[in-house]
Write a protein of this length. Structure first.
Length: 289
């Protein structure tokens, strides 16, 4: 069941049917689904969701890269790890342990570089314990991450979403005041269908699509510098042009990135391939709260 009982659900929704839906009334920006209240002690500038139509395309890597870029630019940044059954953000930044509570709410943990984060892995007794929860429970946790976490003052909150268009993406789009999404994909012909699925869901939920990022674009030969298309020729430009959204980055395979993530030293990563995405986010006008 969708989170809003007045809505027929994403599978039965269309952009046209949502226009007249009683649950489609003013949110934070004058349109979209009514949002969950934020934590009373937090002030968050922009909420950016990083999504993908399928798993395994490096969505968490893009989320972590953009959060690091904005933090290094002098912005106060946080990450909500909404991939409840497959959390990876804390390990990438070398953050371990369990979060504590306060009168203001749950206290997010911080990376060495000062990025605040919350993840189900920071609530479990053992990081490797599986999260075997049904959809409504997972959706409830995502809402708690939003309104029961004392984020304090943030310029940007990045939401690392699970893949697909299921319970959690629906909950985030309905419950959080998302300012825009970035779609992450990989260079295969299948990409056009996958990107369109994510784009269409955002359209139905009245969430702006900031652009598309392609991961695993190529491998640069360490000897001659030639670009090798391991996953086939890229189709991202055609897919983005059809949807009328910009391509904000094409990221090659680089063993250094994987090594830094495994070592928990992702704060050291300088991802030059996402400079256009970082500029797009930095250029977003400040919202009024």
């Amino acid at each position: 069941m969708p989170e809003n009982s007045n809505c027929s659900g994403a599978s039965a929704c269309s952009k046209e049917s949502c226009e007249g839906c009683p649950s489609n009334h003013a949110g934070k920006s004058g349109g979209g689904i009514a949002k969950e209240p934020a934590n009373a002690y937090s002030h968050i500038g922009k909420v950016i969701a990083v999504v993908s139509g399928k798993g395994g395309v490096g969505k968490s890597f893009v989320t972590a890269s953009l959060a690091s870029a904005m933090q290094k630019a002098g912005k106060k940044t946080g990450i909500m790890d909404a991939d409840i059954t497959g959390p990876s953000i804390p390990k990438m930044f070398g953050v371990h342990g369990k979060i504590c509570g306060s009168e203001q709410g749950m206290l997010p943990m911080e990376s060495d570089s000062g990025i605040k984060m919350i993840s189900v892995n920071l609530l479990l007794d053992h990081e490797e314990a599986p999260v075997i929860w049904r959809g409504p429970v997972i959706a409830g946790v995502v809402k708690q991450f939003w309104n029961e976490t004392f984020w304090g003052d943030l310029d940007y909150l990045f939401v690392d979403m699970p893949p697909g268009t299921g319970d959690v993406p629906l909950t985030v789009f309905q419950s959080l005041p998302v300012d825009g999404i970035l779609i992450v994909t990989s260079p295969q012909e299948l990409v056009q269908m996958i990107v369109r699925k994510a784009y269409n869901m955002a359209e139905m939920m009245h969430i702006p699509v900031l652009g598309v990022v392609e991961n695993f674009s190529y491998l640069k030969c360490p000897d001659c510098g030639r670009k090798i298309s391991l996953f086939g020729e890229s189709h991202i430009d055609e897919a983005a042009a059809e949807l009328g959204v910009p391509v904000l980055g094409k990221i090659p395979l680089d063993p250094v990135y994987a090594q830094k993530a495994d070592e928990g030293a992702f704060s050291d990563v300088e991802n030059q391939y996402l400079s256009a995405a970082a500029e797009r986010i930095a250029g977003m006008e400040q919202k009024n709260i």
